[in-house]
Design a protein around this ligand. Sequence first.
Ligand code: FES
Ligand SMILES: [Fe+2]
Length: 396
Amino acid sequence: MITSEQNERLTRVGPGTPAGELLRRYWQALCPVAELTDDKPIKPLRLLGEDLLVFKDGQGRYGLIEARCKHRRVSLTRGFVEEDGIRCAYHGWKYATDGRCIEQPFEPADSHLKDDIRLRAYPVQALGGLLFGYLGPAPAPLLPRWDVLVREDGRRFIQILPLHHCNWLQCEENTADTVHTYYLHGRMAQEHGLTIPGADYYVRPVERYEWSVCDWGIEKVLVYGGEQPEVEVRPPLIFPNILRVPQGPVEAIHFRVPIDDTHTRILWVGFLEDASAHTPEDAALPFEYLEAGRNADGEHDLQSFYSQDQWAWESQGELYDRSAETLGATDRGIVLFRKMLDEQIARVEQGLAPDVAMVTDPAHNQSITFPSATRPWGGTEAMSFVPGATADASAP
Ligand code: FES
Ligand SMILES: [Fe+2]
């Protein structure tokens, strides 16, 4: 049983909050690399309750900085990007990608006003077609090279799901909630007469479910009985806010990025093995923002796995009150995950680095794979977590 105080501790993401400080120890996905172009090199975004913007200067360097100018706090989102930084559109103060103020056009030539002025600025790295930012204390840990992001023997593509109006933990707890697939996806498709690739796979009796702690997070095993008995070893829940999952032939990774306490942005990267394909450079990887899966009445349309999941998480409330829930045996994975989250928060409170899903040795960071995982459902179409994510439709 979780108290309201514990619920606050595990969910809130702003600076200085327990979970917020933990999440700041992990690189967070920002946006597709290809979204920043010469015509549009600035993208405002909110992350962990902070209003930021990411931009690319004239030399191709990325900056992730607070969104308001230090002078009179105008938004920098309409600033002018120049060779060595971004210039505020109000009175022209200029900032480098590391946040330093490097020019104040109308101050006296001998002024030192700018010397101590610095925007909050965070490191940025590009990988697998996405930009990642790190909001924690220096030094930043290694950016994990998940297989989906670094494989070169096929095609990679990116989708950004519609804005989720709920706290990040609701999305991530679902990753430990293995049995939800039977009703929410399998039975839901039957009830609505939907043809969703992979949905039938889940309508099978579940005989056993197991979870265990591993270096990456929580390992999950599901044992099906009935006419198609099967032991399914799913890739682990990657701590603290990642889902790694095979979706039919597509190997996928979902980053559940906390925007603030009550909004989550999900960036999805899929990889389809194809020996004849040439994997494009990061800056050329295709991406799309998905339409909100709503019907004419504004309700979730429930036509895809992603819409079904989104409906479930949002219906818990924008910040789910766990003190009112009743957990059963199927929730042991969730309990294990919350315990891990609480322990890792405590490590950070004690001044230690987290020790789950941290890659410390570059030699072990070439391509992080999960060889023990089985591929659920042997179909040739991509399991429709997102509409249009079939092998053909998503080809670049
Ligand atoms: S508000 Fe930005 S330069 Fe004045
Ligand atoms: Fe789901």
